[in-house]
Design a protein around this ligand. Sequence first.
Ligand SMILES: C[S@@+](CC[C@H](N)C(=O)[O-])C[C@H]1O[C@@H](n2cnc3c(N)ncnc32)[C@H](O)[C@@H]1O
Length: 233
Amino acid sequence: MNSLISLKRKLVCSIGYRMIRMLYEIKHFILKKYCLLPWVGARFEKIEEKVYAIEGLLLLGQDKWLFKAAKDLPDAATIVEIGGYKGRSTCALAFGCVGTKKHIFTIDTFNGNKVDFDVINRKNFFNEWRRNIEKNGLLDYVTPLVGFSSDISHTWTKPIDLLFIDGSHKYEDVLSDFDRFYQHVVPGGIVAMHDVEPRHPDCLRVWNERANFELTDTGAVSSLAFGRKPGRV
Ligand SMILES: C[S@@+](CC[C@H](N)C(=O)[O-])C[C@H]1O[C@@H](n2cnc3c(N)ncnc32)[C@H](O)[C@@H]1O
């Protein structure tokens, strides 16, 4: 008798779980199909309000640069973002991928680090990051990789078309982010680094000592510096 009740309970739970899952998939499908449709091939001005609504650390013009950089990549391109925080830069990149097979991998502890982004007394912001991606119907374009970039770099193998570095701002970490992921950037691929400015001397140092020598076609949107890996596009 007891086992019959327990079986019944399991059945009810499993049906309940499947129904919730189905409702979630329907919501996701509707969001993707109808809410994203107007943004296929859209200009940044059409989506800027959605991006600016997310708390983040980008300066004027930098969201637009990320959006356009993602949009100009070939279909099925791979984007790696180190440091997604609450999803502002992730969404700027992801809106540039709408309607394509491009994909973003966002690497973040979602918990800061103990050196330059110590959020020990604040709560983990993974859920907020995810909510912001989901709210904008962009989940299909982004995969979070939770952990320290130095750890994730050891197992990374995919060729990268666009690398955006905005994680730890400590010299050794920025240098390691650049070196370990740059080797996977395809010839002609783009590398962008945030906070390349005197207020963040470690980022500036990596840019001046390393990135600036490796990259061609370099430029900047205030503190966001970028360039291209030499070779055929
Ligand atoms: C400056 S914020 C990124 C801001 C984000 N790009 C934006 O524009 O909204 C830095 C992020 O890097 C993450 N982070 C810091 N050190 C890290 C590390 N060593 N590995 C992975 N993520 C790290 C932090 O948790 C934080 O979310």
